[in-house]
Design a protein around this ligand. Structure first.
Ligand SMILES: [Ca+2]
Ligand SMILES: [Ca+2]
Length: 132
């Protein structure tokens, strides 16, 4: 004995409008950084100013003196903004292996545009430090 069942699919196809995120290069008087785009305890860095474009760094350091190597084809000499959501200072270096010219990002400091601190498209590696 088999009972015929009618299966109705009640899926309403709603047109989901996906708004394309436009990377705006904001001026100095820009709004507060989008801290939500980087998890607490992480250091995040993007190829564009204003935390836009590819996110080449998403690193959760666990102490000082640790080095993060930005990929040669994935971020070297491209970084233009950063969010430091750690309690450590993050030193960005112009060369691999924490070598060369450097710039120190304070604990919890956002860098909305590396151009403003003279280090745009320059970082190739990072290192944690107790303070700047
Ligand atoms: Ca860039
Ligand atoms: Ca590198």
């Amino acid at each position: 004995m088999s009972a015929a069942r009618r299966i109705t699919t009640g899926l309403a196809a709603t047109g989901a409008a996906v708004a394309a995120a436009t990377a705006l290069t904001a001026g100095p008087a820009a709004a507060a950084p989008e801290a939500g785009t980087c998890e607490a305890g992480y250091v995040c860095m993007w190829e564009d100013a204003g935390y836009g474009g590819d996110k080449w760094v998403n690193w959760q350091p666990s102490g000082t003196g640790q080095i993060f190597e930005i990929g040669g084809w994935n971020g070297d000499n491209e970084i233009s903004s950063a969010l430091n959501r750690t309690g450590w200072a993050i030193v960005v270096y112009a060369d691999d292996g924490a070598q060369g010219d450097s710039y120190c990002i304070h604990a919890y400091q956002p860098i909305q545009n590396f151009k403003e601190v003279g280090f745009n498209d320059d970082a190739e590696s990072l290192m944690t430090q107790g303070s700047c």
